[in-house]
Design a protein around this ligand. Sequence first.
Ligand SMILES: Nc1ncnc2c1ncn2[C@@H]1O[C@H](COP(=O)(O)OP(=O)(O)OP(=O)(O)O)[C@@H](O)[C@H]1O
Length: 592
Amino acid sequence: MRLHPPTGTASGTRRLAREHPVALLCLLLCSTGGALAALALPAALGHTVDRLVSGGPPPWSGLLLCAALVLAETGFDAAAAVVGTDTTARLTASLRTRTAARVLAAEPRRALAVPTGDLTARLTARTADAASAPVTAAGAVAGVLLPAGAIAGLLLIDVWTAAALLLGAPLLVALLRTFTRRTADAGADYQQAQALIAHRLTEALDGADTIRAARTGAREYRRVLEPLGTLAEHGRRTWTVYGRATGQSALLLPLLMLLVLAVGGVRLGTGAIGVGDLVAASRYASLAVGIGALTGALGALARSRAAARTLEPLLTLDPLPHRGGAPVPDAPGRLELRGVGVVQDGRALLTGVDLTVPGGTSLAVVGRSGSGKSVFAAVAGRLLDPDTGTVLLDGVPMDGMEPAELRREVAYAFARPALPGPTVEDTIAFGPWTASPEAVRAAARAARADGFVALLPHGYRTPVADAPLSGGERQRLGLARAFAHPGRLMILDDALSSLDTVTEHHVRRALDARAGRCTRVIVAHRLASAARADRVLWLEEGRVRGTGRHDELWSDPDYREIFRTDAPTGTPTAPGSRAEAWTAAGPRTEAR
Ligand SMILES: Nc1ncnc2c1ncn2[C@@H]1O[C@H](COP(=O)(O)OP(=O)(O)OP(=O)(O)O)[C@@H](O)[C@H]1O
């Protein structure tokens, strides 16, 4: 299928750092303030100790300064925690909304290239991981400031004690680098295994009835959990990396402290520094070796980076392009396909489709299972862009129509419609505009849904989750939604397949009542749909095998074969007969 030129702006996750600048600045100031207070404390403490040991009146001002610095450090840390949590929550919400919007705006088949379970994991857990990066990074600034300031403090007190500390610095830096790299690798592998389990679980939940009927529950259980071993392995790997880094720093850091104190002690003995200096030097040394605390922040940043990498393909999905063009003239929806072809993974799904459906008429799309009917339906309403050729509505190429207008003018109904909206009424009203209560009831009547809705505990106000719906009832709600949003083109992709013949007859009459005002494209397996349509498009292996009126096409035995019943005689059903065949085709599902 056609690859659209990239229209995305800056990478979605990189954009995060530019969102909520005030909150991030506040966080930075709080972290920096906390770090500066922590750095000033040893100097104040050393000075106060010197005053204390030198005798004389108690150094109240020094003691008060120390208390104030402790309070300031605690206050800044608390404020940083509150601002950080709030900002991460906001960034997560923003990233999730943006990613979901990209997925929904893209050509459905392109977005659906990521399996459902994986997509869910990315939109939930991965967005939270990725969105924590700016706050973690802002916090890490203080994590760097503290050791750097502590080394500067040590240098000011005594060069030799500082040199003792710096002796071990290269080892510490090497430790941190290895830790970050290994955590990032282990984190990415862990997330991949998680996504695979999520994907298989979604598949299993989708096919729960099939699994139950085939009694393959135990096998399915094993299949879903099969990546658990890999997941555990990557989890163990992460903990091993953490454990090793903690163990190494537990050995290295006290040794460094010991070295600094030993050199400080010798320098105190020679009179180069005072007691207060030694107290301050020991505090600075412990702040400097606190660089090990950065490991947590670096680990979190590595996880965020791995998560951000999984979001990039979604955030760079191109929306359906819009060329901009003339307004669509007021007309009943003439649909034209000129040389339309669709290719997926090198396989032609539709080839050279040329067709004009006069405005206000109906077209039945028939053909064997897999002949390309749904692909045709997707192209006809621009759920999918063709790789070759053009689709026009009332003379205007669909990719030149303003997207909101296009969605207002084209109504879809599917075999297994999604039912968004808390209540039945909201579900029918859901669409490019919210249909009025009167329109909802009229649409429900047209789709023959009013009868069963009236029997629900709260009628139209019944929550969809509490409404036990059969397949046919779900289809009727999907149809009602299409009726409630009348445009100039209505596309029913197998949307009558679960209706009984009487209901189907009434729905067809409601569709016929739109003749002259709206073009109707009806993908169908039943003979009655073809017989009733103004025109039939007969597809075979993605090509037009024939077009014309049903009774004209009926003379072709191959055409009759499409509707062959499984009656004992094996003879085709007469045109218009209600005893139609139900092909082995599975129900068509509304885009996720
Ligand atoms: N996203 C896709 N990727 C690859 N192949 C696809 C995709 N969508 C459809 N196809 C293939 O295109 C062919 C036509 O599919 P389509 O769903 O249009 O058939 P159909 O005529 O509607 O069948 P049915 O009557 O069973 O619903 C099938 O062979 C199908 O496997």
